[in-house]
Design a protein around this ligand. Structure first.
Ligand SMILES: [Zn+2]
Ligand SMILES: [Zn+2]
Length: 344
């Protein structure tokens, strides 16, 4: 079978690899659509992973083989899945921090999402895999995993009706989070992004305000929009750590800053720490998703409670991954979500 194998930044090969063998509780799927995630782009461009490795985790595909103990799925069914499964039985899991479980990152799809066929191990079959309705096309199905990640982040945001929410960064995670914030009752949703294309897309998706932080004073604009109060919630969905400084300045008393972005390159920032005690603000990190968010994400995407259709701007064949990553990573391009397709 074919897979797209990452060796290094400029060396991604579309090559033949061994098709995974499945165990009694596993299933094998033919990949139909796999989203190119910001983290895939980050790993490839900044070489934070060592090749050879097959990236990709936003997977939708058709079951082509089942292990002899699998009763829940049959050949020909359309499913989605995700990559990490917690143990449900450790210090972290007991306290609800499933993504911090030691088992979490050790569990994986084989060989990864950017592959013609993918083995879904038994644990993933049991906890993360779900059927999708026939009306849902493969590309939108591949959006379920990032929607689940955003739902996970929004749990900590604890959004109430009539809240105001600022989302810094209008990539896929930013625009999904912004739409989910509105779905959860926020009445004022603001996004900020340097890209005119992404700001226009945000407005088209129903976001109330889209600010260009290079041309407008973000803190002043937020103050105007919220009558001087500041926003109830800030969600950081761009890999620029100095945004934390700014987020702390624009959140209202008692508000929450949700950090949903890797800051590997420049992790140290200054914040006005007096706001933590005096103003009871919270800064909360969020990472990945748990099995509990997958079903809700499926419901939201299947029933079109948010618009993921218009967020998918490009599809790319699995054979041209390098080109897809270069294109998606270039801020000059009008691109939001890229979906990778295996050959039919
Ligand atoms: Zn992702
Ligand atoms: Zn655990």
């Amino acid at each position: 079978m074919k897979a797209s194998v990452y060796y290094s930044k400029n060396d991604i090969r579309y090559q033949d690899i061994e098709q995974p063998e499945i165990g009694d509780g596993d299933i094998l799927i033919k990949m139909k659509s796999c989203g190119l995630c910001g983290t895939d782009i980050h790993k490839a461009q900044h070489q934070t992973v060592t090749g050879p490795i097959i990236l990709g985790h936003e997977v939708a595909g058709e079951v082509v083989k089942i292990g002899k103990n699998v009763i829940r799925y049959g050949v020909g069914e359309r499913v989605v899945t995700a990559i990490h499964v917690p143990c449900f039985n450790c210090h972290y899991c007991d306290r609800g921090y499933f993504t911090m479980c030691d088992q979490f990152k050790k569990t994986n799809l084989e060989p990864g999402g950017f592959s013609e066929y993918i083995r879904i191990p038994q644990l993933h079959v049991e906890h993360l895999t779900h059927r999708i309705i026939p009306e849902l096309d493969w590309d939108r199905a591949a959006m379920i995993e990032p929607v689940a990640c955003c739902l996970h982040g929004l749990k900590s945001a604890n959004i109430h009706a009539k809240d105001s929410v600022l989302v810094m960064g209008s990539g896929t995670i930013g625009l999904v989070s912004a739409q989910l914030a509105a779905l959860k009752g926020a009445s004022t949703v603001i996004v900020s992004d340097l890209s005119r294309y992404k700001r226009e897309l945000a407005l088209k998706l129903g976001i109330n305000h889209a600010i260009n932080p290079a041309e407008e004073d973000l803190e002043q604009r937020v103050s105007e929009i919220t009558a001087g109060k500041g926003v109830d919630v800030v969600i950081i969905a761009a890999g620029v750590s100095s945004l934390v400084t700014q987020a702390v300045n624009v959140v209202r008393r008692g508000g929450r800053v949700i950090v949903f972005s890797p800051f590997d390159n420049n992790p140290v920032v200054e914040i006005d720490a007096s706001r933590l005690f005096r103003d009871e603000i919270s800064i909360i990190g969020t990472y990945s998703l748990t099995p509990y968010e997958m079903k809700e994400a499926i419901e939201i995407v299947e029933k079109e409670k948010i618009n993921v259709r218009d967020m998918i701007t490009h599809t790319w064949p699995l054979s041209d991954m390098h080109e897809a990553i270069e294109f998606a990573a270039n801020p000059a391009n009008d691109v939001l979500k890229v979906i990778i397709k295996a050959e039919e």
